[in-house]
Design a protein around this ligand. Structure first.
Ligand code: DGJ
Length: 751
């Protein structure tokens, strides 16, 4: 018998005899089967294969005398050989388990076997957690499998969704304790994908504060390669994303698998290559610092992982992630709307401002066409430096004696929207909040309390703390005209412990904290549905698919230098849509690296993101102000397509002196090409840029020129990008001059 939802393009087919599940959307297939011992095995993940076919022969169980066998008399069946969906520890599979549960007697041995399954159109939300969603049930089909450990009566509900419009599978799992004894979940991987070979390049996005999401690659080798965060946030150090690029594939061709985590806390991503070159790709909550006490009659929901398959190389994978995250993870009023051009005062003033200074910066911003003025850190409590005030969300009496309401009205009176910075999850010891509730910070009794930037983390694992922060934010947001908030989070978590919980629950605090963060975001979203939230974590320390659900854009990095941003924005684009990448033009010399780059280059980089300025425009010359006015007009003309167009990476800053990328409208009518040369060269080579995503048959005009080209020429013959440095160095070159940090923005429009 075949159970299949044939109406939807995304189907789940069940073949009863081989107990095989086939998720198929016409482009990709995900195949699993239940074996004779009830174990759920992976058969295949990749490009779509025919339905109604038995693929059981893809199970490889070779006789190997050195292996451990499940049953006496059957020396072929060994868990060590099988590509599983929910591998466990201790019964013959010596690789990392997807689930590990400690029972009352101390044992960690479980045996989850298939019991039943459900197939339904659509996709359910995950309680308390962000997740991808559908707007109509025909956009996706979900398969829910129940696996049970008979001895403990613990169930695992494994859920897989295949999307009609995205070559992606969403997987999550829930553990339900139907038994009579408590157990402890020690490890739970949202994704476990056992691939039949190890012919992959592993790509990760790594870095540090101000150097986020740089691309790093290495080839898979036998053993485990992994990245993780144990900082309480998804982190700047590693991003919860990994790609496996099939050998021989590249940016535009060949197979790539990408996995990202819809979660903002500690994570682990790993690829373990075993003795026989089977690769186990896992992504889930970092087991370090995690355990969950599962009392009888309770359940635990693990976050969602999204795994994408592309046959159009890395770029195809990125485009799938972009559309999926932009349209079916991000949500709310701002999801599809053009984002306002903002000016943020942080790099202009830091803590050195008063209302008049802000108004003078804002007036100039208004004059050039900025739409939103954002007041950053320093407006509240006794916040005269970063040693005091966090937690006290009322206007600083000296700087803003008339309060936030009055300032917001003044800004709105000028014809701009007003935005405000918060760091809601934190407190300084020098604050009224801390003095009133010293026990609200995360700390371990009788241990040192480490600080980060002089601040401490409020325990959002406690409901009353979330309630208090919500009320404080609500009070400001309800009593002033605030259209935007920047939600910052500036430190890693340490000495993590919750004094309101017993010893059984201390392993839950990191996760409960993130649930508290999501709850706070959700309540703010709900009460202020038109408020635009930009998330931030000392720059890009919580740039992940989880927060994108509530905040459709994120400040990508505290490094605003154009040249560093080539790398940061290029790396970020591996997963995240341009609509999410907060990018601003800042002053020179740059505050982080002291580099002086031209204003047009700073613009040409920030243009490909959620755009803004991070400087006092009063300090610019008249001619620069004229330039800024033109920049703003350009953003207004093209931001819709930057947010929603198809993005192509053309040249990598990690591979050479030139960086280039482009965006094309879905109708292939307009293309924006950014081209950046880091250092100038002498007697340099000729340069050709091969554009992507155009219509071969259409004729495009290069804006501000009378030059026209066919799409075919631009993609196959290439666009001549040589400049004055090509062939010679000559400042008086009739073709113009070139210089360090040179850049171009080419706009092609269909004739
Ligand atoms: C870190 C952020 O990334 C900056 O943009 C700024 O908001 C500062 N915090 C303010 O303290």
């Amino acid at each position: 018998m075949i159970t299949t939802d044939t109406q939807a393009a995304a189907t789940v087919e069940y073949l009863k005899a081989p107990r095989q599940f086939h998720l198929n959307n016409g482009t990709i297939s995900y195949l699993m089967k239940v074996d004779k011992h009830g174990k759920l095995l992976n058969l295949y993940f990749g490009s779509a294969v025919p339905r109604e076919t038995n693929y059981a022969h893809l199970v490889e169980m070779l006789h190997r005398s050195t292996s451990v066998n499940t049953e006496l008399g059957d020396d072929r069946y060994s868990l060590e050989h099988l590509r599983q969906e929910l591998p466990e520890h201790g019964s013959g599979d010596f690789r990392d388990p997807a689930i590990q549960i400690k029972q009352a007697n101390g044992s960690e041995i479980t045996n989850f076997t298939y019991q039943t399954h459900k197939i339904y159109a659509g996709k359910k939300p995950l309680p308390g957690l962000p997740a991808s969603y559908v707007e109509n049930d025909d956009e996706a089909t979900t398969l829910e499998l129940t696996l049970t450990d008979d001895l403990t009566k613990i169930d695992v509900l494994l859920s897989y969704t295949i999307f009609r419009d995205f070559d992606a599978i969403a997987r999550s799992l829930e553990v339900v304790n139907r038994g009579e004894e408590a157990a402890v979940i020690e490890r739970i991987m949202s994704l476990n994908l056992d691939l039949p070979d190890a012919d992959y390049e592993w790509l990760q996005l790594s870095g540090a504060w101000s150097r986020e999401r740089n691309v790093k690659t290495r080839h898979l080798q036998q053993g485990t390669q992994s990245i993780s965060s144990a900082r309480g946030a998804s982190s700047q150090t590693q991003n919860p994303f990994v790609a496996l690029i099939k050998d021989g594939s590249n940016e535009f061709t060949g197979e790539t698998i990408g996995a990202t985590f819809v979660y903002s806390g500690n994570f682990l991503a790993s690829a373990e290559v075993d003795t026989w070159d089977v690769t186990r790709l896992q992504l889930g909550i970092n087991p370090q610092g995690f355990s969950w006490h599962l009392a009888p009659e309770t359940h635990f929901q693990a976050p969602e992982a999204l795994v994408v398959f592309s046959e159009q190389g890395l770029n195809g994978m990125s485009q799938t992630f972009h559309k999926l995250l932009r349209t079916r993870v991000a949500q709310g009023y701002w999801r599809d709307r053009e984002r306002p051009i903002l000016l943020n005062n942080w790099e202009a003033t830091q803590y050195d401002f008063d209302e008049n200074k802000l108004v003078s910066i804002a007036s100039k911003a208004k004059e050039v066409g900025v739409e939103l003025f954002v007041l950053d850190d320093g407006w509240f409590g006794e916040r005269n430096s970063d040693t005091a005030g966090l937690g006290d969300w009322y206007a600083n009496k000296e700087r803003l004696p008339k309060g936030i309401k009055s300032l917001s009205e003044r800004i709105e009176g000028m014809g701009m929207k007003f935005g405000l910075w918060f760091e809601p999850e934190m407190v300084n010891k020098d604050s009224e909040l801390y003095r009133a509730h010293p026990d609200w910070i995360i700390h371990t009794p009788d241990r040192n309390q480490s600080n980060g930037r002089n601040q401490f983390v409020l325990n959002l694992a406690r409901e009353e703390v979330v309630d208090h922060i919500f009320d404080a934010m609500d009070n400001i947001l309800s009593n002033a005209s605030i259209s935007y908030i920047k939600w910052d989070m500036n430190r890693s978590m340490t000495e993590v412990f919750d004094i309101s919980r017993s010893e059984h629950h201390q392993g839950e605090v990191f996760h409960r904290y993130i649930l508290g963060v999501y709850e706070l975001y959700r309540r703010i979203n709900q009460k202020f549905p038109e408020l635009l939230i930009e998330s931030c974590s000392a720059g890009g320390g919580r740039f992940d698919a989880g927060l994108l659900q509530y905040a459709p854009q994120a400040w990508a990095s505290d490094c605003s230098d154009a040249v560093e941003r080539y790398k940061i924005q290029y790396g970020t684009s591996m997963v995240y849509p341009l609509s999410a990448i907060g990018a601003h033009v800042s002053a020179v010399p740059n505050h982080q690296v002291n580099r002086v780059t031209p204003l047009d280059t700073r613009f040409n980089v920030a243009f490909f993101g959620a755009f803004g300025y991070e400087l006092d425009l009063n300090e610019l010359s008249e001619s620069e102000i004229e330039q800024v006015k033109k920049q703003i007009q350009l953003v207004k003309d093209y931001r819709g397509m930057i947010q929603q167009g198809d993005f192509y990476r053309l040249k990598s800053p990690f591979e050479g002196n030139i960086t280039s990328w482009m965006v094309v409208t879905p109708e292939k009518e307009t293309a924006l090409v950014g081209y950046y040369k880091t250092l100038n060269d002498v007697n340099g080579p000729y340069r050709r840029l091969y554009l992507k995503g155009l219509d071969e048959e259409k004729i495009y005009r290069l804006k501000s020129s009378d030059k026209t080209y066919s799409g075919k020429e631009l993609m196959k013959v290439g666009f001549v990008a040589s400049d004055a440095s090509s062939g010679e160095y000559c400042p008086s070159n009739p073709y113009g001059t070139s210089h360090d940090f040179d850049s171009k923005l080419w706009i092609f429009e269909v004739v």
